[in-house]
Design a protein around this ligand. Structure first.
Ligand SMILES: C[S@@+](CC[C@H](N)C(=O)[O-])C[C@H]1O[C@@H](n2cnc3c(N)ncnc32)[C@H](O)[C@@H]1O
Length: 389
């Protein structure tokens, strides 16, 4: 794999941007086909950041504009949807960067996308942002800070409470982790994770590195969901993708996703699957690039080999066996979203585990077919599953 020059040395950003790109396109397309005509994309920490070229190709600014343009075109040309309104709002606090942002938008705003640059702290500008969004548009907020204190839940409150909205938030776990337990940061930590007592801190000290990261991101997710609240009968939901440390086997940050629709979780988990593989390839490629030995295999081949060795499939199988009984139950996308949210596993993990259990005659899909070798369950068809033993 060739890593684009714009991302050399900042491979984390490549993973983050691929997730943004992959999910945003799918999301806007699904929502557009469902009849919604007004869309807003809000970049709360816009930059430009990390790309010194005039094209800003490796920034969320250029990426989001490219996706909005593409989706708008597809909705019009392929699906015959007309009367579309697309808006993009970019917020940047630093004066110089804001100037670059404004100049870029002046020259590069695509036809059919109404672009706005705002200068200042996104939290102080929440009323202006919401006014620009209007009440009707479906809005996607990308919240991508450099640290963690700027995305405490009370600071995000007004945006979180907006209906018809989804969020992708970078949760800088590695930085927050260093501050957990420091007396000076208790107030800020509580704005992220809720009030923690002495028992919580003691419990945290006993957790493994991975469990500690999981615990923190789940706490953050819970606080965010509580602030978001439901949309009628649809509860706030969350999922997250791990972005690993460049060189070490531990989480650097999490990309936390929030929605009020089960379909969002299912689609975001799909986008996370692709990112999971890409991340492994990028990490392997970086290692191969720095090794002096000639490599017989490409990064993709190494990863394909490693993917064959599933690490937690036994846990997933045990989960299926706990869920299922001898009475058939329909498994639809709402149920899948619940399972994804609860466990943090990916859809392919559930499919792989079910396939092995099915081969061992421990479970069956009453509506399935033996010809399905990769995806034994079609959740979109609400198929009936049961346990055989
Ligand atoms: C990590 S960079 C953004 C990267 C960009 N989203 C991307 O993916 O290309 C964070 C940006 O947010 C700006 N920033 C920092 N604090 C801010 C705040 N409170 N409100 C708005 N922008 C802020 C910084 O100046 C910086 O340009």
């Amino acid at each position: 794999m060739e890593i684009d020059e714009a991302y050399k040395g900042r491979e984390h950003s490549l993973i983050k941007h691929e997730l943004l790109k992959g999910y945003l396109e799918v999301l806007l397309s699904i929502v557009g086909v469902s009849g919604v005509k007004k869309f807003t994309y809000v970049d709360c920490f816009a930059g430009p950041w990390g790309d010194d070229t005039g094209s800003l190709a490796g920034t969320s600014i250029a990426i989001s504009l490219e996706i909005l343009t593409k989706v708008r075109h597809t909705l019009e040309a392929k699906h015959g949807v007309h009367g579309l309104e697309f808006r993009a709002i970019y917020v940047e606090a630093a004066k110089r960067r804001y100037q670059r942002l404004s100049e870029y938008l002046d020259k590069n705003s695509p036809k059919g996308i109404s672009c706005h640059a705002l200068n200042g702290d996104y939290a102080a500008l929440q009323d202006d942002i919401l006014k620009l969004c209007g009440n009707e548009s479906f809005t996607f907020f990308f919240v991508d800070p450099m640290g963690w204190v700027d995305v405490g839940v009370p600071r995000l409150a007004k945006l979180l409470r907006r209906p018809k909205s989804e969020f992708l938030i970078t949760f800088m776990y590695d930085f927050l982790n260093r501050a957990i337990g420091m007396a000076d940061y208790r107030e800020q930590i509580s704005q992220m994770l809720g009030k923690l007592g002495e028992k919580d801190y003691e419990q945290l000290d006993r957790l493994s590195t991975q469990d500690r990261a999981d615990w923190a991101v789940r706490k953050y997710r819970e606080q965010l969901k509580a602030m978001m609240g439901p949309d009628g009968k649809y509860p706030a939901r969350a999922f997250h993708a791990d972005v690993l440390h460049k060189a070490k086997e531990r989480v650097h940050y999490h990309m936390v996703y929030l929605t009020r629709h089960h379909k969002g979780i299912v689609e975001f988990a799909k986008a996370s699957e692709k990112i999971d593989s890409l991340q492994k390839i990028v990490r392997t490629q970086t290692k191969l690039d720095s090794s002096r030995q000639r490599n017989l295999f490409s990064a993709e081949q190494w990863v394909e080999h490693e993917n064959g060795v599933a690490t937690n499939l036994d846990d997933v199988k045990a989960y299926w066996l706990r869920q299922l009984t001898d009475q058939p139950v329909r498994y639809d996308e709402t149920r899948l979203a619940n399972m994804l949210e609860e466990t943090g596993w990916l859809t392919r993990d559930f499919q792989d585990a079910f396939r092995e259990l099915q081969a061992a005659k421990k479970v069956e899909n009453l509506d399935g077919s033996p010809r399905r070798t990769k995806h034994p369950i079609h959740f979109s068809d609400s198929e009936r599953l049961r346990r055989c033993v």
